[in-house]
Design a protein around this ligand. Sequence first.
Ligand SMILES: *[C@@H]1O[C@H](CO)[C@@H](O)[C@H](O)[C@H]1NC(C)=O
Ligand SMILES: *[C@@H]1O[C@H](CO)[C@@H](O)[C@H](O)[C@H]1NC(C)=O
Ligand SMILES: *[C@@H]1O[C@H](CO)[C@@H](O)[C@H](O)[C@H]1NC(C)=O
Ligand SMILES: *[C@@H]1O[C@H](CO)[C@@H](O)[C@H](O)[C@H]1NC(C)=O
Length: 434
Amino acid sequence: MDLKRSSLFLFGFVVLFVTIEANIADFDEYWLKRSEEAKQAANQSYQTDTSNVISHFNENVHSAMDGNNSTRRALGKYTGPCLATNPIDQCWRCQRNWARNRKRLADCGLGFGRHATGGKAGRIYKVTDSSDNDLVNPKPGTLRHAVIQPEPLWIIFTKSMFIRLSEELMITSNKTIDGRGVQVHIAYGAGLTMQFVNNVIIHNVRIHDIKAGSGGLIRDSVNHFGYRSKSDGDGISIFGSTNIWIDHVSMSNCQDGLIDAVQASTAITISNCHFTHHNEAMLFGASDSSSEDAIMQITVAFNHFGQGIIQRLPRVRWGFVHIVNNDYTHWLMYAIGGSQHPTILSQGNRFIAPPNAFAKEITKRDYAPESTWKNWVWKSQGDLMMNGAFFVQSGDPNHKFVSGADMISPKPGEFANKLTRFAGALNCILRKPC
Ligand SMILES: *[C@@H]1O[C@H](CO)[C@@H](O)[C@H](O)[C@H]1NC(C)=O
Ligand SMILES: *[C@@H]1O[C@H](CO)[C@@H](O)[C@H](O)[C@H]1NC(C)=O
Ligand SMILES: *[C@@H]1O[C@H](CO)[C@@H](O)[C@H](O)[C@H]1NC(C)=O
Ligand SMILES: *[C@@H]1O[C@H](CO)[C@@H](O)[C@H](O)[C@H]1NC(C)=O
C-alpha cells in the first residue's frame, strides 16, 4: 500500500516537473532530495516582516548618496578616478588591492539576496580553459568542472575568454563566479542554470547571444549526472533556488529570457546589471498556476535597462518584487508587468518613456479585468517620470510594506542615473582601483 502510494507520489512529481519544464528528463532520487532541500531553504529565507529587509536596504541607499540631479546618462566611457556611486559598490570598489581581497564582495550584498556569500568559505578555483567539450567528465580547469564541485568555491579566470557552453551550465550551491580582472564572455552557446541550489553569486561577467541547448547527458554534481531535455535559451535560469545575487553582469540578446526566476525561487538580488538588446528580459514566475511562487522575494536595484530593451523589466507572478533606483532609459512595449496578483514596490527609479504614444505606460497587467487587478498592490514612490512615462498604481493605498511611519524612502528617481552609472561588467585592472 505504502509502496504504491509513494510510487504514485513519485510519478506525480515526474509529471509535475515535466509540465513545468524542469529539463530534468529523469527526476530520480537525487533530484528529489535536492528539490526537498531547496524547498526548505526557500521556506527558511522567507521574510514575513518585509519591513526589516526594506528599511535595511533604504537606509543604506540614503547614507551613501552625495546627490546629483542630472537627467541624462553620461555619454562615452568614464575615464576619471575610480568612483563608486551606490552603497553596494561603495562597500568593495575603488580599492587597489581588490584582487587579493576578492571575497570582500561577499559582504556587500543588499536586498533580499544579501545573505548570499557564494564561495566565500572555500578556496579560489582558477578557470584556465575556455573549452566545454565533455559534459559528463568535464576537464579540470574548465568552468563546468569548477561549478559541479561539492565544496564552496570562489571561481576566477586567469585570462580573458569566450566560453561557448555546449549545454546548460549546472551550477551547484556555495559558488561565486567572479570575472573581475579579465573579460569573460559566456556567449553563443547554452546558458547558466541554478536548479535547487542555495547560495550563489554571479559577478562581473558578460552573458550574451545564448541559445537553446539540445539536451543530453550532463553532470550536475561530482556524484551525479543525468539526462536533460532541451534548455530554453535563458541567459540565467534560477529554478527552485535561494540566496542568489547577480551583480555587475552585462546581458543581451538571449534566445529566451535574460534572467528567469521560477519554481519557488526566492531571496534574490539582481543589481548593477546592464541589460540591452533583448525582448523578454526578466520573468519572475513562469506559470499562472504555480502558486508556490508566492514565496518569491526579489530585489531589482541599480540596474540600467538600456538600448534595444522591449518588455518584462521584469514581468512578475505571485511574489513580491522591490524595484529600486534603476534607470529605465529604453523600452519598446512596457517596463513592469505581471499576472496573478504579484506585489510590486517601485521606488526611486527613473523611467524615460519611448517616443511611441502607445507605450508610455510603465505597467502592464495580463489575464485579469480591471475589477480584479485593482486589488493587486503595485506602488510607485519617488520614481522620476520622463517623456510622458506613467505608472498605473493599484491596490490598497494603505498597504503596509513596512512597519508604519518608520519607513525610510530610497533615493529619489533623480539620482537613478548616477546610482547606475557603472552598471554592467567592470573592466578591473590588477593593482589599480576597480
Ligand atoms: C514554511 O513551512 C511552515 C511549516 O511547514 C509552513 O507553516 C509555512 O507556511 C511555510 N512558509 C512559507 C512561506 O511557505
Ligand atoms: C552631477 O552630474 C554632472 C554631469 O554628470 C556633473 O558635471 C556634476 O559634477 C555632478 N554633481 C555632483 C554634485 O556630483
Ligand atoms: C532637480 O532639478 C530640478 C530643476 O533644476 C529642480 O526643480 C528639482 O527640485 C531638483 N531635484 C532635486 C532632487 O534636487
Ligand atoms: C553550503 O554551505 C553551507 C555552509 O557552509 C553548508 O551548510 C551547506 O551544506 C552547503 N551546501 C551544499 C549543497 O553543499
